[in-house]
Design a protein around this ligand. Structure first.
Ligand code: SF4
Ligand code: SF4
Length: 192
């Protein structure tokens, strides 16, 4: 069954070795101290213990699909907010609010930064105000909690590898336009 589902997943041109390198780069914490102590680990327990997230195409190669700390489901890309170039299923995992840290997915490793592609296609990293404005003190108070430069540099290096995949690049481009819209919204800042 798992083999059948995996054949229908959105494919990546990246190899397992690429993902291993990305995981290695993203093993640097955002602050010198444990940022979870600032907020009670909100990004792992937003409303209740456990958070759901999509894996990137190809990231499933870092998992067996039988991890006891994850619940798996698979969503059709066209029914969700993914670029039109994504055809097939996308893995969605739900943790229980704790994990073996060395196994956590890319979304948990990158946050509170997100990749940003300018309209001209230049890659940078930005604070993830789309996901973090309501929960993360590192996003709402960047002056009080400056991020480690090694973290920022490594997140950028990791996304340079990941955006070699055209489908991941399409998704980053789409999310970046949402960030542009959010930054230009007249409502911005009213609820934070
Ligand atoms: S919400 Fe922000 S400060 Fe809190 S644990 Fe997550 S990344 Fe760290
Ligand atoms: S997988 Fe780990 S780091 Fe990611 S949200 Fe769950 S507990 Fe937090």
């Amino acid at each position: 069954m798992l083999g059948y589902i995996r054949k229908r997943l959105v494919r990546s041109v990246l190899s397992k070795e690429d993902f291993e390198e990305v995981y290695r780069l993203l093993d640097v914490p955002p602050l010198e101290s444990d940022c979870g102590e600032l907020c009670g680990r909100k990004c792992c327990q937003e409303y209740e213990p456990g958070v759901g997230m999509y894996l990137l195409p190809g990231e499933e190669s870092m998992f067996t699909g039988r991890e006891p700390w994850l619940r798996w489901s698979y969503k059709l890309a066209r029914h969700h907010d993914f670029p039109g170039s994504w055809k097939g299923l996308v893995a969605f995992v739900m943790c229980r609010g704790t994990c073996p840290r060395e196994k956590r997915p890319i979304q948990c490793r990158t946050f509170p930064l997100m990749p940003y592609l300018s309209p001209e296609g230049e890659l940078a990293v930005r604070l993830d105000t789309l996901a973090g404005s309501l929960i993360c003190p590192l996003v709402t108070g960047p002056d009080r909690h400056p991020l480690r430069s090694e973290f920022v540099e490594n997140v950028l290096k990791a996304w340079r590898i990941l955006t070699r995949d055209p489908l991941i690049r399409d998704d980053v481009f789409q999310q970046s336009r949402k960030l542009d819209e959010d930054e230009n919204s007249p409502w911005r800042g009213l609820f934070t």
